[in-house]
Write a protein that binds this ligand. Structure first.
Ligand code: IPE
Ligand code: IPE
Ligand code: MG
Length: 263
């Protein structure tokens, strides 16, 4: 487990936050947190900077939040980094975004290895530029035996396409006799999704004030707790993550039932 002091840059401490961290650690921790990291462009615009400056700043936040999630003992952290719809953006912005995984992993892979983080991805790898794909595959290979946090990047990910492909694969297996149509249920179907190795997110966070899913994990988020904040992703910090977890810990998850004390 990480030393908490290592979370703060330059040995700077934040005692109030450390107390809150210790407190959330004593309560039910979300096993899987998913984040729609939004607002990079607006962050840059507010500073009269090009949009890509916001993406670059956002990358640093990924490091901070990964370290804290790992420290908290969260099992998986899925970060929505690029949607299948984001190809609509200007070519230069897309090119910049496609270089970020290399830059991030080029800088932080040794740290991720040291901290026992396992890197995975969901999304269409085959349509990514070769260099982006190579960086992700290298990180996945180098961390595949790690047992700490699963850092799962949703890259070129779109949930509707994911579901359609799963349906197609189920049909192929039915046609070839591998799958009996009577065995198609929620559990077996989920095995055909890109997230088959992961539990469904317990907590979804979206930054930047947008209250929508933008084609993210439509199946997997069926019973997740949602937490939205106006904070732009490059401004998101450890305190915001702790705030989200504190809110999560106060929620009553009923899954359609009733609380035991009400029965
Ligand atoms: C999120 O920030 C990053 C990606 C979608 C890749 P945006 O780039 O969407 O920032 P805004 O929403 O325009 O502010
Ligand atoms: C969602 O953000 C995708 C990612 C954060 C990667 P967008 O900024 O693309 O979403 P919309 O277009 O506002 O719905
Ligand atoms: Mg956006």
């Amino acid at each position: 487990m990480l030393n908490i002091k290592k979370l703060w840059k330059n040995g700077k401490t934040n005692e109030n936050l450390e107390v809150r961290i210790e407190s959330v650690k004593r309560q039910k921790m979300p096993k899987h947190i998913a984040i729609i990291m939004d607002g990079n462009g607006r962050w840059a615009k507010k500073r009269s900077l090009p949009r890509v400056a916001g993406h670059h700043e956002g990358m640093k936040v990924v490091r901070k939040i990964t370290r804290l999630a790992n420290h908290l003992g969260v099992g998986a952290l899925t970060l929505y980094a690029f949607s299948t719809e984001n190809w609509k953006r200007p070519k230069l912005e897309v090119e910049f975004l496609m270089k970020l995984p290399e830059e991030f992993l080029g800088t932080f892979l040794p740290e991720l290895i040291e901290e026992n983080v396992r890197v995975t991805m969901v999304g269409h790898k085959e349509h990514l530029p070769k260099h982006t794909r190579a960086a992700i595959e290298k990180a996945m290979e180098a961390t595949k035996h790690n047992t700490g946090l699963v850092l799962n990047f949703a890259l070129n990910y779109g949930s509707r396409a994911e579901i359609i492909e799963a349906v197609r694969d189920v049909l192929i297996d039915v046609k070839s006799g591998i799958m009996d149509p009577n065995d198609i249920n929620e559990t077996s179907f989920a095995q055909y999704l890109m997230t088959s190795e992961l539990e469904d997110p317990d907590l979804l966070i979206r930054t930047s004030g947008e209250i929508r899913l933008s084609n993210f994990m439509l199946w997997q988020l069926a019973y997740s707790e949602f937490w939205f904040t106006d904070v732009l992703w490059p401004d998101f910090d450890e305190e915001h993550l702790i705030q989200a977890v504190e809110v999560f810990q106060k929620r009553s998850r009923r899954y359609g039932g009733i609380n035991s004390e009400e029965s």
